[in-house]
Design a protein around this ligand. Structure first.
Ligand code: SF4
Ligand code: SF4
Length: 176
């Protein structure tokens, strides 16, 4: 599941997109196509499930998987490693905004939105994420990250295995 990581691999940060575009891509694979093809051509993978919400996405996925899809070339695989490095260098939190973690939070902390604020700040800087943090994501009864009581309920629900409590301290350090 989640070859495109909840859509995160579709809209890449600039440095990551540059790294991907550096590889020859004669089939014109989209970013999502790259992700599908990578997963589908791994040994022992029988099925790849992709979430699609528009006809355009369905058609794009079909193009990437038509016929007997060839594995990515060595150059393309290297480009994916470079994309990974670009992500790692930005210090982005790999939250997919699935919201599985939020229902049980006794402090109603808007966990994925706060992670998005921090990711946006780290990638683009500027005042915008701080404004959303203060006026939307910690408003209307939603606690600040520093008010987390560290009960751990959220981490038991996170399919990405994120250390949410620790990451919330990073959000607090940036915005509070
Ligand atoms: S650890 Fe913090 S963020 Fe997670 S559910 Fe408990 S109070 Fe909410
Ligand atoms: S469960 Fe994990 S991946 Fe999903 S929104 Fe919460 S922190 Fe993000």
């Amino acid at each position: 599941m989640e070859p495109c990581k909840g859509g995160q691999l579709v809209n890449l940060p600039e440095a990551a997109q540059r790294a991907l575009d550096a590889a020859p891509n004669p089939e014109g694979l989209s970013n999502a196509g790259y992700a599908l093809r990578f997963c589908a051509t791994q040994p022992n993978v029988a099925m790849v499930l992709s979430g699609m919400s528009t006809m355009e996405q369905v058609e794009d996925n079909l193009r990437a998987m038509a016929g007997d899809p060839a594995p990515l070339t060595a150059e393309q695989l290297q480009a994916l490693r470079n994309v990974h490095e670009a992500f790692a260098s930005l210090g982005m939190i790999a939250c997919t905004a699935c919201h599985y973690c939020t229902d049980g939070c006794p402090k109603r902390i808007m966990i994925p939105e706060l992670f998005s604020d921090l990711n946006t700040k780290r990638v683009f800087g500027g005042w915008n994420p701080g404004w959303y943090f203060s006026n939307v994501h910690t408003a209307d009864g939603h606690a600040k990250p520093s008010e987390c009581i560290r009960c751990g309920k959220c981490e038991r629900e996170c399919p990405q295995g994120l250390p949410i409590r620790e990451l919330l301290t990073e959000v607090a350090a940036e915005f509070e």
